[in-house]
Design a protein around this ligand. Sequence first.
Ligand code: HEC
Length: 189
Amino acid sequence: MRILAVVGGLAIIVGIGAAIFFFGGFYSVAGTAEDPAIVRWALTQVRMASINRNAHDQPPVSINDPASVQAGANAFAAHGCTNCHGGPGVNWAKFSEGLHPDPPDLKEVVDHRSPAQLFWVVRNGINMTGMPSFALAGAKDNEIWSIVAFLKKLPGVSEADYKAWTVPPPALAAPTPSAAAPAPPAEIK
Ligand code: HEC
């Protein structure tokens, strides 16, 4: 009985101490504050456990299809992924060096992740980090699958390929005169 009272008393003291520590402003939320190693380890474990439990979707079409890979490269550029992660021949924006945790270099990560895991992360984002949910940002699932197709090939994509795949086709930039003005109907003889 006495032991229980002591344990209960200690729990209350720890609870009050934690409340003062967090709500009294003693815990620093500064992005410059380094997390202790145990917090970093725990965050990674929790992230991977959550992704593993939730990421089960399978690609609707083959993600090896070159057209998907190229469309994915274009979507990757258009959604601004390079600002944080960089890409083949493209540097990340300077501000991303101020993000905490660091956005990883994706070509070093993608071989260790399944398509389902990549899809889930890009679709849902990672809460309380800089990684946005691209479903909330307006990307459709099939577009996200094309990004996954591109990501799985990323380690082998050359700068030249990436450049070629992310340039909009000239037909979109400048419609040809014949398309703009349909020919008059032929005269009936
Ligand atoms: C504003 C910055 C930002 C943008 C833009 C961004 N990301 Fe991220 N991304 C992050 C950060 C930060 C992390 C690391 C989160 C963590 O460590 O938990 C991350 C993590 C990831 C991961 C998980 C890596 C792993 O270890 O499993 C993938 C995959 C990813 N991003 C893909 C993308 C794609 C694709 C886009 C564009 C559609 C994108 N990101 C846009 C900041 C960003």
